[in-house]
Write a new protein. Sequence first.
Length: 205
Amino acid sequence: MRHWATDCAGPRTVRVQHFAERRRRWASCELARRLQNVLLGADDVVVTAVKPRLASVGDRLLARLIDGLVFFLPTSIVLFVAFHGRHATLVRLAFEVPLGAVYMVVPVALFGQTPGKAARRIRIVGPDGQPPGWARAAKRYLVEALPLLVPFRPLAIWIDVPVYLRLLIASDRRGFHDLFAGTRVVSDAAPPPTISELRNHTSSP
């Protein structure tokens, strides 16, 4: 009788052990899947905590070209025709600088993008990763508008070039207008962070 009970309990014990083993394997697979998601960028919590990639120099130059074609070139032509090319400095101060402020400051303060930057899927952000707001947008435009305030146009070029030259050589890709305003330009079209970037982020305090 005792041998019969032992024999009957044997298969049940085996089934319980087999079920426990399957649960352990499932837990291991689930842990591996979660770890893979974190490393490959599929974990939303980790990905959103990692800073977005900086916008490329090419995208920034293209965005500036688009803004120039959409706004600054037509504005300059209209003002030149309207005032017959006379009083260039006064016209720039009275019309081009204020109109440029409307085009450059308002959308940047509210959305972090001019139309040109929106076309290239890049945006300007403050230290908190949000649109820079009115003060930072205005300070950024103030540096960008410096060449418009110079009466002698060849000298204006030498002011304009250093402002943007830094973003070509600095690792943070910030021009002097970004440094002055405390902003940076990031890309919404950039690929997700690499595994090494995620590992560095998760290991940082």
